[in-house]
Design a protein around this ligand. Sequence first.
Ligand code: MG
Length: 374
Amino acid sequence: MLLPQNLLLVDQRESLILAPYAMHSCDSMGRQHPETPHTYRGPFQRDRDRILHSSAYRRLSGKMQVFTGEMGDYHRTRLTHTQEVATIARTIGRCLQLNEDLIEALALMHDIGHPPYGHAGEDVLNECASEIGGFSHNQFALTIVRELEFRYRSVPGLNLTFECLQGQTHRIEKNNSTKPLLEVQLVDAADSVTYDAHDTDDALKLGLVTLDEMSENALIADIIRHVRENYAGLSPDLMRQAVVHRLLERQVTDLLVHTGRKLDELSFPNSQAARESDFKIGPSPEFSEQKTELEKFLYERVYRHPRLMEVRKRAQNRLRQMFHGFIEHPERFPKKYQLRADKIGIRRMAIEYLAGMTDHFCEQLFAKHFAKKK
Ligand code: MG
């Protein structure tokens, strides 16, 4: 295809806007199954599009982040969390002149392996899989993009670039000899910025904690003071929004300023030098302490809240019962999963089957096969 002359192609564009320490598409190690380069989409753009069009990605809309559907419809789902991470990571990545396409692909992929019911679901699947090597959402994300998604006749999975896959691998093997690229580190940091802000927002909106209670935390108290000084007479809803907005802004600004200064100081000549150094993208040491305090507060007062613990317990019992029930009645598995069992064993297949479900589908199936008839 002959392209118009005024089109800026990927390598040209990246050479103009990316810093030397960014991961440039032209330096990609490629894919396990080599492909002809696309005329106007770079390799990481293609990764992002493949993830965006995958069924595992779409199913994130039916998976809980922290709070379940039965608690209302205001709070984040796993999908909206993912989109928030992607947008925050891209904002920071753009300012730091990192590769936005790779950042977005990594962000959209980072939670794709989450089972139904968030970490509560993950814990119980890990328990059910204790004799076959356990279960982790990070590992399952790799299984999804390497084996389970079906897009091409000739190759399994999404055939993502090695850089994208390594971004996920490093979450599993912490002592991996290949250290994470700056883009990977940024997505991890943006994940933390995102959930600290939106879990605060959701917890306040759901009434699990009040703003007064949250002001026991020094960072939130400081933010409330700032908001009150600048905007008098806000309604409780607007006050919550202003506090959360400021919490997000302060985290992003700290991360950006601290990282930007360090990168300027270190002036890495390329992405390889940056990933091999001891430098890590993250908040400044002072702000990091404040974030840790806030996370401790959220853990004790929100994630362990009796209303959540109750939901968590019910969800876990449901999943546990389904795992054992399906193993006893393998004929209940859909045909394609029965075929997968020949390859990986029935237990691992059952784990994958359950892990792929949305919260709602899991509940429906539970009601169909396992709920006691009244
Ligand atoms: Mg996340």
